[in-house]
Design a binder for this molecule. Structure first.
Ligand SMILES: [Zn+2]
Length: 304
């Protein structure tokens, strides 16, 4: 019995069993993956499971650059040198350059050692052979199968969803399943306005089934999307409420959010929370709800 088996979603569209719902679209004896798992060991299990089911991986479409989505690319590219790997331009740079994400989390300076791990960047580089550009909804041909690419920015700038010929949408991390949503109060976002627009867009698509990378198969996303939107608005209000009491630096706000939601004290959780706090501050500044300025050598956020 292989460690990874295929779970049917609809027609030729599947997800892999296991912690991450890696997408698989089968076509003849070829398997097209939607994301590739977090590391070599995960990719190996997927590869073995597919081989035992009679499929060879011929392509990977990455929904975005996060290491749990593209960490298996290098394994597949080594095993199948002719494999095609698809990603949008913004995401391509992070998939190919494993130093880029840790450097970004350190303001582009030399990264701290606590950020040099598989939770921040893929441990091995892979080459994106097919860049999906420009950033607009479009159709791409993978071999002779056509997939619809739906832009879903917010979690990362170049995030996309993939609709298979079965009208199944693989959402990447544009939306999270119930369990992940309940477990992690501060979901990772880099742009709040785009996040809200992408969540709304998801509810407006006529799709037969959704496959969530962290959450598996969902038939109707309406209520889950509304919960996500509600939480984003609630988090904005929480930050405003903190700032109504006093002006705070980004680190002070990050500390308050981490303490408020019992976020674990480690460097990865810190930089992910801090980045999301920055995204909320940029949105609140855009809405003229707050101002950002440097006082006494500190970048402070204040109610305007
Ligand atoms: Zn992600």
């Amino acid at each position: 019995m292989p460690k990874v088996t295929l779970i049917s979603v609809k027609g030729n569209s599947y997800i892999c069993s296991g912690f991450l719902s890696i997408g698989v679209y089968v076509h003849g004896t070829s398997a097209i993956l939607i994301d590739s798992g977090g590391d070599e060991s995960c990719a190996k299990d997927v590869s073995n499971g597919l081989e035992q089911a009679g499929y060879v991986v011929t392509a990977i479409i990455n929904t975005h650059c996060h290491p749990d989505h593209c960490g298996g690319n290098a394994y597949f590219q080594k095993k199948y040198p002719d494999i095609r790997i698809y990603a949008t331009h913004d995401e391509q740079r992070f998939i190919e350059d494993t130093d880029l994400a840790p450097r970004c989390f350190c303001g582009q300076a030399q990264p701290f050692s606590g950020l040099l791990n598989k939770y921040i960047a893929p441990q091995k580089s892979s080459t994106v052979t097919n860049v999906i550009a420009p950033y607009q909804d479009q159709i791409i041909m993978v071999g002779d199968v056509s997939f619809k690419v739906i832009t879903l920015p917010g979690h990362t700038p170049g995030s996309i969803g993939i609709i298979t010929p079965d009208n199944v949408l693989y959402t990447g991390d544009a939306i999270f399943g119930e369990q992940t949503f309940a477990k992690h109060y501060m979901l990772f976002y880099t742009h709040i306005g785009n996040t809200l627009a992408s969540l709304k867009k998801l509810t407006e698509l006529k799709i037969d089934a959704f496959a969530l990378y962290h959450g598996g198969v969902v038939e109707n996303l309406e209520s889950l999307a509304q919960q996500h939107i509600g939480r984003v608005l609630e988090t904005k209000n929480t930050i405003v409420a903190f700032l109504q009491k006093q002006s705070l630096s980004i680190d002070q706000l990050t500390q308050k959010i981490m303490q408020f939601h019992n976020i674990p004290n480690n460097m990865v959780s810190f930089v992910l929370t801090q980045t999301t706090v920055r995204a909320y501050l940029a949105q609140l500044e855009l809405e003229k709800a707050i101002v950002l300025g440097v006082q006494d050598g500190m970048l402070l956020a204040s109610i305007s």
